[in-house]
Design a protein around this ligand. Sequence first.
Ligand code: HEC
Ligand code: HEC
Length: 86
Amino acid sequence: MYSQFFCKLSIRDTIKMKRQLLYFALICVVPTILYILSLEKVIPMPVDDDHAGLTEIAQCYECHGEGKEYARSEEHPPKDQCFKCH
Ligand code: HEC
Ligand code: HEC
């Protein structure tokens, strides 16, 4: 009787402990991921006449498109959603 009760209790305790460990692991992992993502330093769009009031990605390519005067560098991320990063 008693040992059965004890056994059930300890299994439940173990499950509870595992859940707590998982919870603490999550608390550590989430900010770490956010920190690593924030390490990629993005240059903000300059605040000047060239960039004032731009709303269309197509407008960016007029100056930063391939072969244009201010084309993006070779190392630039190959993504085209300019406003997500800049
Ligand atoms: C009228 C032309 C023009 C348009 C349109 C334009 N840019 Fe620019 N952009 C420039 C010029 C000129 C510079 C300065 C380049 C330099 O100093 O090497 C610049 C610089 C930048 C820089 C910073 C580069 C650095 O090295 O500091 C970013 C980021 C940028 N532009 C993003 C954008 C985005 C995003 C768009 C679209 C919303 C856009 N630009 C549209 C002309 C333009
Ligand atoms: C995934 C995020 C991301 C997106 C989307 C993105 N950029 Fe960038 N951009 C960056 C980063 C990071 C840098 C800094 C690169 C470096 O240090 O060389 C940068 C730098 C730049 C520069 C500075 C010159 C260069 O080539 O390094 C310009 C201009 C620029 N981006 C324009 C644009 C335009 C125009 C678009 C849309 C067509 C765009 N970016 C989309 C992340 C992004």
